[in-house]
Design a binder for this molecule. Structure first.
Ligand code: NAP
Length: 314
């Protein structure tokens, strides 16, 4: 038997239940993965609570799109993989589970030097950060502002931008400032007076902005600091991007990712796994929970201040 977390109605974290199900079998052209760790993302709770449209619930619905684990069965016609291979699953369907089926094009090999928690933490946040910086055209010599610098997306974006030679200023709660300084960013407290503090932090001005929080304060500050709105991108306020004249990638944007943007997201996986293995990229794990406490894991993420990545360990 396998276990999975599911829900049958939209609502708060309390709608989640853990159930026993028949262990799935590897599909044709795909594999069965024994999940070792699953990442909890803000989008999981937004879909669960119907904050993001996802269509009607027609039966028990699993959740979670970031998983890492071991292949336990290979389906007919699935070449290049075998039982025992350690993998990261991209765009998983129902990662909050002990077992998961996936097609081979969703698989990325996990290097031995990367932990299960790290492997499950990178998917949505790290690939988004990687793609957003490329879409914004961030490069060496530029000054980048990131709203929400202490989030999982923000921490990844800091590291990529610093590697590219950019100066990075981020907004975050003061309790997170030391950790963000260590990543190479200049942290600034958000809240009243943030524009003045951001000007002081970068008298040379800002070339690009990545909004990873979506508050009115973050958007207003961006408009005061950067004139050209095509240099401002959001991953949260996609629904308002066209009206505001800013860039947006998913996050409620009715315009889907372009093939290039999707390709950058896919490219991020092997790149960052290699960096983590070489000790050149860090992933902050805030807390791990057993599968049975998925609701508490989501509550921590929905607090808005998880302090790093929240991971389920089936
Ligand atoms: N469009 C996409 O494809 C895409 C992909 C990934 C994520 N997202 C979205 O991007 C957002 C961030 O995701 P994440 O995984 O990085 O989240 P996360 O790890 O849960 O981090 C959230 C961060 O928000 C910060 N924050 C809370 N209130 C704030 C405020 N009033 N002003 C500024 N910052 C504030 C917190 O910073 P402090 O604790 O320092 O206060 C925290 O670090 C979420 O809304 C998520 O759904 C979109």
């Amino acid at each position: 038997m396998a276990e999975r977390v599911q829900y049958e109605r939209f609502g708060g974290p309390e709608v989640l239940e853990i159930v026993q199900v028949e262990t799935p079998t590897a599909p044709e052209g795909g594999v069965l993965v024994s999940v070792k760790a699953a990442g909890v993302n803000p989008i999981d709770g937004k879909i669960r609570s119907a904050l993001r449209p996802s269509g009607p619930i027609t039966g028990p619905r699993g959740l979670g799109s970031d998983a890492a684990g071991v292949i336990v069965e290979v389906g007919e016609g699935a070449s290049g993989w075998e039982a025992g291979d350690e993998v990261v699953v991209r765009g998983a369907h129902g990662a909050y589970a002990t077992h998961l089926t996936a097609s081979t094009d969703q698989l990325v090999r996990k290097p031995a030097g990367v932990t299960w928690e790290q492997a499950a933490a990178i998917g949505v946040p790290v690939s988004t950060a990687y793609q957003a910086l490329r879409s914004l055209g961030v490069e060496g010599g530029m000054t980048l502002l990131i709203h929400g610098g202490s989030g999982s997306v923000g921490r990844a974006a800091i590291q990529f931008a610093v590697r590219d030679g950019a100066t990075v200023v981020v907004t975050a709660s003061e309790g997170n400032h030391d950790a963000l300084l260590a990543l190479g960013a200049v942290p600034v407290a958000y809240g009243r007076g943030v524009v003045g503090r951001l000007r002081l932090a970068a008298p040379q001005g800002y070339d690009r902005v990545l909004d990873a929080i979506g508050t009115d304060e973050a958007l207003d500050a961006s408009f005061e600091l950067v004139e050209d709105r095509s240099h401002i991108g959001t991953i949260v306020m996609g629904a308002r991007a066209a009206e505001l004249g800013i860039l947006a990638w998913a996050g409620g944007n009715p315009v889907p990712l372009t093939p290039q943007e999707q390709a950058w997201r896919d490219e991020a996986y092997p790149v960052v796994l290699g960096l983590i293995e070489r000790g050149e990229f860090t992933v902050e794990i805030a807390r791990t929970f057993p599968l049975s406490q998925a609701a508490d894991a989501q509550r921590l993420v929905e607090s808005g201040h998880p302090g790093g990545k929240v991971i389920l360990l089936p």
